[in-house]
Design a protein around this ligand. Sequence first.
Ligand SMILES: [Zn+2]
Length: 112
Amino acid sequence: MSTTAKVVNKPRPRHIPQRTCVACRHTTGKRELVRIVRTPQGTVEVDPTGKKSGRGAYLCQAQQCWQLALKKERLDHALKAKLTPQDKEALLEYAHSLAIPGEGGLGNGEKT
Ligand SMILES: [Zn+2]
């Protein structure tokens, strides 16, 4: 991390890092996606903070993508790891906690 003391006050937004969902190939800002990491210990886990070390892969916040990624072993490929049934179970459990069941319709929340 290199931060300069100088405060730059430009209105222009900074470049947002783009990441690709390994399931649907949708590319978006990394904050819109959930990172899954293969830790140096060889376990695969969800990394909501995006700070864990290890090889990472990204998925939409849509259960559909998680199910697809697990079913088609996209995560195995992306992480170059063999996911154990326990890993998959934990990931699916996390997927179930996601609010969006289907494909990500933006701003389709309940309003009023
Ligand atoms: Zn996706």
